[in-house]
Every structure is written in structure tokens, then in C-alpha cells.
Write a protein that binds this ligand. Structure first.
Ligand code: NIG
Ligand code: FE
Length: 417
């Protein structure tokens, strides 16, 4: 593979600094290099600096490299999406119409639609079909500048199908350029066949599913939908503690529809992140800041469900590290556009353009334990890079709803443009 030399970027936003969740003022520090240059070799960043600096360092090897002129362009690390349900079967466009006609998300789910509908379609799909359908979504992520994606199971709700989803993701990670980081989410809903026997289903997650998932190393994280009518905080805690004993790191879908103590539970169990948090209590936010739980906020989901977004501004100001994500799923957020999510983080949660970019890179990487490899552009990190058709980071959020991606490299290989 030829080295790549990207030169003369109007702004090279490195996000350089510690490989840790960025908080408060650190969320505004983009490490911008003007007339920036980056040399990528063997898939990793070998040098980064001004174009003049790299001319000194690499000028005599210029003929070996593929040279990319980034004059007038913004260059950033590849975006990271730390929360998706990307590997699912089927589609639910009829529910979109039903919600516009007045039905709520939980009404549809309780009537056997929602997560249950996708569970039926995912159970019916073969592993090969799941791979096929998900490949197209991953291609779309890449086109939107996303080079690392977390993916959850949770549309199987039985051992066989949960494993099928996780194995499909393992395969996708091997065949697609995107790094796909797997999360087990057997506790996404109580399957309809266990209605009224919720605790029996929880026993089956703990005794039948978690041990196999851990044994086969099919997931890094264990996520629970802690919500009124789904799993209580007590049930969620049982499931997360059982996962912890097997080495699976807890995550929680918390306080999405109702305030339910999910943020507090995230702090209590030491979750790496808490997701959604639309209705998180002030006390919960405080406890998350103290415990160092990353808030993974999903403003596209709030918009799609026509709910008020999470209090992102308040969380940043109170010292919570904020990450953002598409929540890509067939019900509440069928999108693969992290650029749109960054726009919404500014518009509906009042993050600044710089904070939104850190939330979609370094903090997102930290939320899925990928911070040593991705999330910033520094020597030794993966050559995951986006060149945008705009000249500065403010424009990225200001010219909203538009895909400004020009070119994308994954591990030093050009995959878009
Ligand atoms: O994160 N809230 C629960 N799970 C997903 C939605 C899943 C679905 O509707 O299929 C979410 O929004
Ligand atoms: Fe989700």
C-alpha cells in the first residue's frame, strides 16, 4: 500500500490530546492545524503537522506517496458512531405513518409492533441475509464519514437469534472496512412468548445467553433497555451485574421515554455509558458526572419521536463527557447520518460546533473503548480520516442536513471519493 500524504488542509482538526473522555472546556479543544498535513503509512498516522513541517520530514519521499491536495478543505478523524442497532432484518415504514397518525412508540410496541416486529423479521432472516442487509447500511455510514460503529444485538430475544445477530456482526467486521464493535442486548425487550413471565426471560438471559456470548467473545458490552414497561432498574441491575462477572462492560438505555432512575443506575453499576437520557433527572446527571459515566446522546431519535432532546448543554456544563450517536435502528431513528446528528446536537441540545465534533469522535471512541485506535489524529493511531467539502469546522454544523463528505480513508485506504 502506497503512503498517503494529505497536504495543505485549510483546517486539520486533530482532536489531539489524552485518550480519555473530554469534559467541559476540553470538549472545545480541536487541536486545529492550519495548512495541515498528515502522512499515513501502513494504515496508521506516521506524522502530522503543518505542510511546511512535513515537507522537511518527508519531502524526499514525496514521489513514493499518493498526494492529496486538501487546499480549502476541512480534514478530521473518521467519525465514530457509538450506539446503533444496525444488524436487523426488515423495515418498519408503516409505523412511521402510524406515529404521525397519533400512535405512540410504546403503544405500537405493546401491541406487538416496534422491537417485536423487527424481532420477528430478524428471526426469519438467515445470517447471510442479515449480513447482506447490514452491509448496505455500513456502506451508507462510510459515505457519511463514519469509520467506526458500535452494533447491538437485541432483535433476537432468544439464544439462537441473538447469536445469529452477533455472528453476522463478527462477519461484517471481517469483510467491511468499518470497525464494528459488538454489544449484546438480549435485554432489549421481553419477547412476547414470555409476557407475564418476565423474570423467567431474565433468568434465560443470565443463564443461557450471557455465558455463551462471553465464552465465544461475541460482544464487548452488555446493554439493557431500562424503561417503564420494559425492564425495571432492579431487573436491569441484575442483568448488568451478571454480565460484569463475565467481563462484559455495562451500558444502559436510560430514561428515554420516562424518568426511571436509569442515569442513577448507570452510576451505581459503573456503566461505561448511559444512552438517550431524554428524561434523566438532575440528580442522575450529577451522579453520572461523579462516576465518570459518558452520556451517549441521540438527538436524531428525539427528533424522530418528536420529543424534546436530552439536556446536552447542561450535561457538558456539569462535567459529564458527552458523546453523540445516530441510534441507527428501524423504529426510532432509521438514519446513518452522523453529520445530521452533529447538526442536531448543536440545534436541539445547544452544543457548540466544536463540542459536537469532539462528541462524534474522541468521546464516541471512549464510549466503545476504541480511544487507543481511533477518535483523533495522532502518530500511531489508525489512518481513519475524512476530507470534507468545506473549509472549517463551524461550517460542518452550520450548513446543516447536507453530506459534505469528499473523501474517506479507513486504515489508510481510500474507501469513499
Ligand atoms: O434505542 N429504545 C430502545 N431501542 C431502540 C429502538 C429500537 C426499535 O424501535 O427498534 C432505541 O431507540
Ligand atoms: Fe438504541
Amino acid at each position: 500500500m502506497k503512503p498517503i500524504w494529505i497536504k495543505h488542509a485549510a483546517q486539520l482538526a486533530t482532536i489531539a490530546g489524552k485518550n480519555e473522555p473530554r469534559k467541559r472546556k476540553e470538549m472545545s479543544e480541536l487541536g486545529i492545524i492550519e495548512d495541515g498535513s498528515v502522512w499515513i503509512e501502513n494504515g496508521v498516522v506516521a506524522a502530522i503537522g503543518t505542510t511546511v513541517e512535513l515537507e522537511h520530514q518527508y519531502g524526499d519521499r514525496a514521489s513514493e506517496a499518493e498526494i492529496i491536495d486538501a487546499t480549502g478543505r476541512l480534514v478530521t478523524p473518521g467519525l465514530v458512531d457509538p450506539h446503533t442497532h444496525v444488524a436487523y432484518g426488515g423495515s418498519r415504514e408503516r409505523e412511521f405513518e402510524m406515529r404521525l397518525e397519533g400512535a405512540t412508540y410504546m403503544e405500537i410496541m405493546n401491541a406487538g409492533g416496534g422491537i417485536h416486529a423487527t424481532t420477528r423479521m430478524t428471526r426469519e432472516a438467515t445470517e447471510e441475509e442479515l449480513v447482506e442487509q447490514t452491509l448496505r447500511r455500513l456502506d451508507s455510514f462510510l459515505k457519511h464519514g463514519v469509520t467506526t460503529v458500535e452494533g447491538k444485538s437485541g432483535y433476537g430475544l432468544d439464544l439462537e437469534t441473538e447469536l445469529k445477530q452477533l455472528r453476522a456482526m463478527k462477519r461484517l467486521n471481517e469483510i467491511h472496512p468499518i470497525d464494528l464493535v459488538p454489544t449484546f442486548m438480549g435485554a432489549h425487550a421481553v419477547p412476547q412468548e414470555y409476557k407475564g413471565n418476565e423474570d423467567e426471560y431474565i433468568d434465560s438471559i443470565i443463564n443461557d445467553m450471557l455465558p455463551v456470548v462471553a465464552e465465544e467473545k461475541l460482544a464487548v458490552f452488555n446493554d439493557v433497555f431500562c424503561e417503564v414497561g420494559v425492564f425495571t432498574p432492579e431487573q436491569s441491575e441484575r442483568i448488568l451485574e451478571a454480565g460484569k462477572k463475565l467481563g462484559l462492560i455495562p451500558k444502559i438505555h436510560a430514561d428515554e421515554i420516562e424518568s426511571y432512575g436509569g442515569a442513577e443506575l448507570a452510576a451505581k453499576v459503573g456503566a461505561i455509558s448511559a444512552e438517550h437520557l431524554l428524561k434523566a433527572s438532575d440528580e442522575g446527571i450529577k451522579q453520572m458526572a461523579e462516576a465518570g459515566v459518558i452520556a451517549c446522546l441521540l438527538p436524531a431519535t428525539a427528533l424522530y419521536l418528536r420529543e424534546d432532546a436530552a439536556k446536552g448543554r447542561k450535561m457538558v456544563d456539569e462535567g459529564v463527557a458527552v458523546a453523540i450517536s445516530t441510534d441507527c435502528n428501524p423504529g426510532s431513528s432509521p438514519t446513518t447520518s452522523m453529520p445530521l446528528v452533529m447538526n442536531l446536537a448543536c440545534i436541539s441540545m445547544r452544543l457548540t460546533p466544536a463540542e459536537a465534533l469532539v462528541a462524534a469522535t474522541m468521546n464516541a471512541a471512549c464510549a466503545i473503548r476504541m480511544e487507543d485506535k481511533v477518535g483523533s489524529l495522532e502518530v500511531g493511531k489508525q489512518g481513519d480520516i475524512v476530507m470534507w467539502n468545506i473549509s472549517n469546522y463551524q461550517e460542518l454544523q452550520y450548513l446543516f442536513g447536507v453530506n459534505h463528505v469528499d473523501k474517506v480513508w479507513k486504515k489508510g485506504e481510500q474507501v469513499v471519493g
